[in-house]
Design a protein around this ligand. Structure first.
Ligand code: GAP
Length: 442
């Protein structure tokens, strides 16, 4: 695909997301607000499924990772200690001709405005990305607070409370899923760079001499999550080791996805040394050290972090799923032979099974079947329009299985299960349907 076709793919995906209720602009009736996105019924179902898959994989299936759900607003000193208030900024330039603002590091030609081509750019200036608010009735400097820019800082702050409550010993991790806010200067590429987004982070606390072993372990585990749990093909992903490291870090890498607009970061796996625990100790005035009984020693735990963005993972899944195939849809009652289909993995598809009675006269049989399936799967019921159009709608949502109830069902107590990708149709006895589907949606 060339660049024009690839951008075309993103434009088509954006249109599909709006049409089928995945993702649309926030506050659209007021003209929208740049960098903020709402997830509609199908989007939220998918996003929750991805989030659940991450939580299950990172927390519930392990004995050495605990969960946390902290507040979005923390004590302002948290952000002083983390360095965000002093250093979390981008260098920006303004075009004196067209008045647009750009990140200096994203200029294609240094000194030239990418919008109007003028060579009249201001000197670079620093813009902090933290979002400001006030706590309490008075809007003055004393009451300033910040919306968290990453979910990991409260994990460091709460380390000891979680350790005591969970009776964990090193090595162990703390995971959190939640909103993060960044005043991005150039939100772009649909949800890829947003100003409000969800992070899924896990901080693994360990001994310094074991940290590189854990770093390799988590790198493997995170790769498996993308390729085996979310089934993203390996050739659409790559690991990008960092050339430059923070002074306290021993290793860092990004896991990237091949988006229509180029390779983009989904996740960072970072060795963070003892930096975070040391900084919070310094700023709160109390040493956040761990007492290692085996070694009879107090020390700061070393941290290995896995940090990913839920919205970016969803975008990668949507980009990977989008397809226009020339399937023989004529036999399904449609004139066109090109169908838009989302090949989403069944685990995260917003609708896992759609129940489609061929006629309203079959509702008495179809509805109880649907209600029963809904107890175990994300299910939808659709009785309107010809069957071809209903299949087409489910293809665009990414529904892996459509169950058709027809007049034969009344005699043979069986239904037709149409599989989205191969478009095969199997006749399955109703009493085996649940097992048949459950086996295929994991
Ligand atoms: N605690 C480390 C940390 O926050 P980061 O690379 O700044 O590291 C981690 O962010 C992940 O959060 C990224 O890999 C990305 O998936 C997601 N993310 C960061 N900024 C984002 C934005 N503006 N919009 C959407 N996702 C973002």
């Amino acid at each position: 695909m060339n660049a024009v076709q690839e951008n075309d793919t993103l434009a088509k995906l954006v249109a599909l997301c709006k049409r089928r209720g995945f993702i649309f602009q926030s506050s659209e009736i007021y003209g929208g607000i740049n960098g903020f996105w709402d997830y509609g019924p199908h989007g939220v179902a998918m996003r929750r499924a991805v989030e659940q898959a991450w939580w299950r994989y990172m927390v519930e299936q392990r004995d050495n990772v605990e969960g946390l759900d902290s507040t979005i607003i923390c004590h302002p000193k948290v952000w002083k200690a983390s360095g965000h208030l002093d250093k979390f900024s981008d260098l920006m330039v303004d075009c004196m001709e067209c008045k647009k603002r750009f990140r200096e590091d994203q200029l294609e030609t240094p000194g030239v405005c990418p919008a109007c081509g003028a060579k009249k750019l201001t000197e670079p200036r620093e813009f902090n990305l933290m979002m400001k608010t006030y706590v309490g009735p008075v809007f003055d400097d004393e009451h300033v607070a910040w919306l968290r820019a990453e979910t990991c800082q409260p994990i460091f702050v709460d380390f000891d409370q979680v350790r005591v409550a969970s009776r964990q010993k090193l090595p162990f991790g703390i995971a959190q899923i939640g909103k993060a806010f960044r005043n991005e200067i150039n939100p772009r590429f649909f949800t890829f760079r947003s100003r409000e987004f969800v992070q899924m982070e896990m901080e693994f606390f360990c001994r310094d001499d074991e940290a590189m072993t854990w770093y390799d372990y988590w790198k493997e585990e995170r790769w498996k999550f993308y390729t085996q749990v979310l089934r993203i093909p390996e050739n659409r992903l790559k690991i990008h080791p960092h050339d430059k490291l923070a002074h306290y870090a021993k290793a860092a890498l990004d896991i990237e996805y091949d988006f229509p607009f180029g390779w983009g970061e989904l996740e960072g796996v970072h060795h963070r040394g003892t930096w975070d625990m040391g900084r919070h100790s310094e700023f709160c005035g109390e040493e956040q050290k761990y007492f290692d009984q085996e070694r009879n020693e107090h020390y700061y735990p070393t941290v290995v972090e896995t940090s990913c963005g839920l919205d970016r993972i969803c975008l990668a899944l949507l980009c990977n799923a989008y397809d226009e195939d020339t399937a023989p849809t004529k036999k399904e009652g449609m004139d066109e032979d090109v169908r838009v289909v989302m090949h989403l993995p069944a685990l995260v598809a917003p609708v896992q099974v759609a129940v489609l009675p061929l006629s309203r006269k079959l509702e008495e049989k179809a509805e109880p079947l649907y209600k029963d399936l809904k107890r175990f799967l994300r299910a939808e019921y659709d009785v309107t329009g010809n069957i071809g159009k209903r299949y087409r709608r489910q293809d665009e949502i990414g529904t892996p299985f459509c169950v058709t109830v027809d007049f034969d069902t009344l005699n043979d107590q069986a239904v037709t299960v149409r599989e989205r990708d191969a478009m095969t149709q199997d006749r399955i006895p109703i009493d085996q349907l649940k097992a048949y589907l459950l086996e295929r949606v994991v």
